[in-house]
Design a binder for this molecule. Structure first.
Ligand SMILES: [Zn+2]
Length: 337
């Protein structure tokens, strides 16, 4: 079985964005009392939005099931206030729930969180519990920077985040560290802000004893770990100078990298540097990069093809990357597939 650990509902029917546009327009009119409102999307519209996109690509590429969450760039936690974020998040998660009910063999759900700048992460616990306990979700996407590029929240290792981690541990669900859109024009969302955040989160984990406090807490750092594998020597050296644990020990049970690296040499570097026990197959399709690479005549994001070519990985290694590690990191998936 091939589990793609990283997919978002980027092709949702336009009614979802219309709702969001209305919600944002309403923020300008202070006389309006914000209400959750409704989004009318039919099951047929959901089927239509997926059949020619994610489902077609699953079939063509030979992947079986995608761990599926709301569109990350649209989370935009920096817009509006806590209520804005909660209403938007509940709608987005409810839509993912419907997708997974319509296609239980193809998608397993991961939730967005109703984060907001300056609001304690503990306030996201209720939505995590609703999604996991009531809707059968298996994990969450945690935004380390709800301010959308201004980095006003404390580091992920700060006690600020601990109440939320306690709930993750209790529910035995991991979080993918995933920022959203950038409101800072210095940082292009998918080209800079995403990769910066992946790299930043990893360095934060080196600097503190988070995994001593939470030995079973698990994070997926997406997009191949940002710049981390490429600069593995720098991070090993920094950890050494700072008298921190070996990186291989630090990540062993707690930090995992996906394979959303969109060329062969990059993915080769990833699987040669990072222990196979800490790599999970992911493509993030349909996502940030949708084109065909003229050098290979293949889709950039068809990341399975790159792994298939890696002769230094044994069959057992590939089974871990494609299936075993996802079952270990997202244990709730085992009841779903
Ligand atoms: Zn993503």
């Amino acid at each position: 079985m091939i589990i793609d650990c990283h997919g978002h509902y980027t092709t949702a029917p336009k009614e979802l964005q219309s709702y969001r546009d209305g919600q944002i327009a309403g923020l300008k009119d202070k006389s309006q009392v914000p209400s959750k409102g409704k989004i009318n999307i039919t099951d047929d519209q959901i089927r239509e939005s997926l059949e020619g996109a994610q489902l077609k690509l699953q079939r063509e590429r030979g992947t079986d099931v995608t761990i599926f969450s709301p569109r990350a760039s649209a989370m935009a936690h920096h817009i509006g206030d806590e209520t804005t974020s909660r209403n938007w998040t509940e709608h987005c998660n409810d839509l993912i729930y419907r997708v997974c009910n319509l296609y239980p063999k193809n998608f397993v759900a991961v939730c967005q969180l109703p984060q907001s700048p300056g609001v304690p992460p503990a306030n996201s616990i209720a939505e995590l519990e609703r999604c996991v306990n009531e809707l059968g979700f298996i994990g969450c996407n945690l935004n380390p920077d709800p301010s959308g590029g201004n980095w006003t929240a404390p580091p992920l290792t700060d006690k600020h985040w601990y109440p939320f981690y306690e709930k993750m541990v209790e529910l035995d669900v991991p979080a993918m560290v995933h920022v959203s859109s950038s409101c800072n024009p210095n940082f292009h969302a998918t080209g800079a802000h995403y990769i910066n955040a992946d790299t930043t989160a990893f360095m934060q984990f080196i600097q503190a004893d988070l995994f001593k406090d939470f030995p079973t807490l698990r994070f997926i750092i997406p997009h191949g770990g940002g710049a981390v594998p490429y600069h593995w020597g720098r991070y090993r050296g920094l950890a050494q100078d700072m008298k921190r644990p070996l990186l291989s020990d630090m990540i062993r049970n707690n930090v995992f990298f996906d394979t959303c690296v969109y060329h062969q040499p990059g993915l080769d570097l990833l699987t040669k540097i990072i222990p196979v026990d800490n790599i999970m197959f992911g493509s993030e399709m349909v996502g940030a990069v949708r084109g065909i690479d003229p050098e290979s005549n293949q889709y950039y994001d068809d990341t399975k093809k790159y792994i298939d070519k890696q002769s230094w990985l044994s069959d057992a290694d590939k089974k871990k990357i494609f299936e075993g590690n996802a079952r270990k990191v997202y244990p709730r998936i085992n009841k779903k597939i």
